[in-house]
Design a protein around this ligand. Structure first.
Ligand SMILES: [Zn+2]
Ligand SMILES: [Zn+2]
Length: 377
């Protein structure tokens, strides 16, 4: 028995994953690092990299990157400056074959966005171009999820379907899984515009009048012109022998109705699943749910049932805006803990979501970050 045990351990060394939500105020910069048994970082994944304060995001990037750390995978939720303006700086730390996942996007639609958003879009594509990186588009998928499974280290096609399971392997074993999810049917907009004889293929720019019309159609078909974010589920597919350590500081600081940081430790130890939502609109009003939210519910149900029993850590979308989520979303029993990327006392008063939830909320601002370490065999 002992021998078998020994063998098992040598084939399956302890894996350590460090998850960090960096203190960048109103913005987002989330990293996940995989370590080998010698505690050497062997793989780094980033979700969003931006802030309203360029100073904060650049400081966070400088603080994070020690010698030898390279970005292997980057997920960009959407093209808003507070999520992407750290990119030029971050790109200095890209690995040779970094993979960049972005939500599917028609370049031509760039022109319907307000100027500041168009600038952010250009910043993303310019930065990628400077490093000759072709982004991998995550396209909408009417079924919300797919059985497609891909190895994160293999070459990707130009696009993948929403719900594709992207696996990270160590010693030919699946260790971790990322599931990008795009709720926004950009093709439906394309088809609608086409049916109205609005030409996508013409090289000349749309007239201002046309842009106005397109904006109206856009608004009719989705709740917001700019908040359609790529959602990422990040979790281990190994649920046995898992141990989660949380730095409790940030929770002590402002835990609304928190039942203490011993909150459901048992459940926490069962799971590693985090759900990153960017600025998605995931709001439910009593009775009526947005199309995206209905799909989100299906997504949550299917993925929780089949892969992660609960979402251990959930990013409250859009910096805690009450327009993007409310207690119906956040009270979902599959969600254990929440975090909000925001800046206190800002003009737009984020976070302004309901604070009466009976679960821990971590406020990530300019001075409070969050980190946890997940170890398993
Ligand atoms: Zn946004
Ligand atoms: Zn934002």
């Amino acid at each position: 028995m002992l021998l078998i045990n020994k063998n098992f351990k040598s084939v399956n060394p302890v894996i350590k994953v460090k998850r960090q939500i960096h203190p960048v105020g109103h913005g987002a910069f989330i990293t996940e690092q995989f370590f080998d048994p010698e505690d050497k970082c062997i793989f780094t994944v980033v979700y969003d990299c931006g802030s309203r304060s360029k100073q904060l995001i650049n400081k966070a990037i400088t603080d994070f990157f020690n010698e030898g750390i390279k970005v292997d995978v980057l997920f960009i939720s959407h093209f808003d400056s507070d999520h992407v303006n750290g990119l030029p700086n971050l790109s200095m730390h890209f690995s040779k074959d970094v993979k960049v996942f972005i939500p599917f996007f028609y370049q031509k639609l760039r022109n319907i966005y307000p100027k500041d958003k168009a600038i952010a879009i250009d910043l993303v594509f310019k930065t990628l171009k400077a490093h000759t990186i072709n982004p991998i588009y995550v396209t909408y998928n009417a079924n919300s999820y797919t059985s497609d499974e891909l190895d994160i280290n293999h070459p990707f096609n130009r696009s993948i379907k929403s719900g594709t399971h992207i696996h990270y392997y160590i010693n030919e074993q699946i260790i971790w899984e990322y599931v990008p999810f795009n709720l926004f049917d950009e093709k439906a907009i394309y088809n609608k515009l086409k049916s109205l004889n609005i030409d996508f293929s013409a090289t000349e720019a749309w007239s201002n009048e046309m842009i106005k019309d397109i904006r109206i159609i856009y608004h009719e078909m989705c709740s917001s012109i700019n908040e359609n974010s790529l959602i990422i589920l990040s979790h281990t597919v190994k649920v046995r022998d898992i141990n989660l350590q949380i730095n409790d500081e940030s929770c002590d600081w402002q835990c609304q109705n928190c039942s203490g940081c011993e909150y459901d430790r048992y459940k926490l130890n069962m799971t590693s699943a985090a759900l990153y939502t960017g600025d998605s609109v995931l709001k439910a009003n009593s009775g009526t749910k947005s199309k995206a939210l209905k799909e989100f519910d299906i997504f949550l149900l299917v993925l929780c049932k089949e892969y992660a029993p609960v979402i251990s850590l959930f990013q409250v979308p859009h910096h805690g805006s009450k327009n993007n989520s409310n207690s119906i979303t956040l009270a979902d029993k599959m969600i254990l803990r929440l975090f909000v990327n925001c800046q206190e006392y800002n003009k737009i008063k984020h976070p302004n979501i309901s604070q009466s939830l009976n679960k821990p909320i971590y406020i990530i601002d300019k001075s409070h970050g969050y980190n946890e370490e997940i170890t398993f065999y």
